[in-house]
Ligand binder design. Sequence first.
Ligand code: EPZ
Length: 452
Amino acid sequence: MDAFVIEGGRRLEGRLRVNGAKNAALPLMAAALLTDQPLTLRDIPPLADIRNMVALLGELGCSHEAPEDGVLRLQARDESRSHARYDIVRTMRAGICVLGPLLARRGEARVSLPGGCAIGDRPIDLHLRGLVALGATVFLKGGDIIAKAPRRRLKGGRVFLGGAFGSTVLGTANVMSAAALADGQTIIESAACEPEIVDLATMLNAMGANIRGAGSPRIIVEGVRDLRGIDHTVIPDRIEAGTLMCAAAITNGSLLLENCPLDALMAVSDRLEAAGVQMKALDRHGNPSSDPIPADVDPMRVTVRVASERVLRPVEITTQPHPGFPTDLQAQLMALLTLAEGNSVITEKIFPERFLHVAELSRMGARLFRQGPTVIISGVRRLVGAPVMASDLRASASLVLAGLAAEGTTIVNRVYHLDRGYHKMEDRLASVGASVKRVDDKELAPQLVAAE
Ligand code: EPZ
């Protein structure tokens, strides 16, 4: 298995472009099931989850082509298939987002229950509740969700998608996609407001859907009979952008991030600035702007300089649904705050068990005290390199960040978790001055390799 060997203590400096967003791309890809016309998606990151989704869509009768880098063309050619099998869905929880499109267009769907994962329970009750409100009958059989629309067509309805931990992002994507082809009007109340939902609604509308209010908690969908093919560029990845911001800050470096979705990162820039990280957006002419987001640029594709020259101040962070602080950046900010001067507090309100990084960061000298969903981070002067491992994508990213700042050598084991969300992270970090090498763990001394 691959591991990263990181020699810490190098200041990062240079320019990086933020890639297209994995979590936006997955539901956009599933929308290929809503039409028999071709869907062309641009800026699709070449990640394992994307390949798994292509494979799943292939099983569901979609052809695919990748005519050039970052471009993916999907077309549903055989609409008789509706079974998303366990061996594909278990590799990628986002496989659940084929459920709504299949049901809406083909009148039936059989999708394996995805199960939990390293960040905690991942229920799908809200997805199912939403589809039932559109007239579907849903039952479970042999670990599969079997859903059917009466006379093969869903009917608009009122859907409430709020749960104990807020709304649901993929649940909103599922219900909104299904409602696009349902008879009549659907009102989704307590919808997720994440930018990935806005991107999906934008694309569906360009395909002929009639969706209003995406990005707010109330989405109104007037169902249409058919959707057409479209050419769509996916939004940049706000979580990758936030991770790179932390990389600049934790190395006291200075990175110029291009294609940065600053408009979707207000809660993150607020916390980074409170900690003392400098953020400066550039205007259309490349000059530093006095506005947080200059008026003359696309707020989702800003060029921004992120720099830090000093020991950071401690801050408090609570993860929340968008526009609050994203759970997918909690682990990375924790790595950063291990080196702040004083006590920071992080509370995780979306996935209260999402703390796989805590024990591993502690092995590098971080002082962390967890109580339930809250961690107190008592800043230390230095982290020390160590062999570490975390079986979750964002936790792995936080360990890479810690390794960039730590004294000595850090080995991050099992980077296939990281590879699920970041394309060739080692090359990108090395291009701005980090010492990060990918190795096969067979090349490492046995005591540096994670045990089973
Ligand atoms: C999406 O997962 C993202 N995944 C996750 O990113 C992200 O952490 C999460 O949204 C929250 O922002 C993709 O987009 C592929 P949810 P999703 O349904 O949609 C509870 C990453 O690192 N809930 O919004 O599956 C749930 O347990 C990944 O890139 C229910 O109770 O998450 C959680 O507490 C990991 N019932 C909260 O809602 C449901 O039916 C939010 O989950 C569904 C969810």
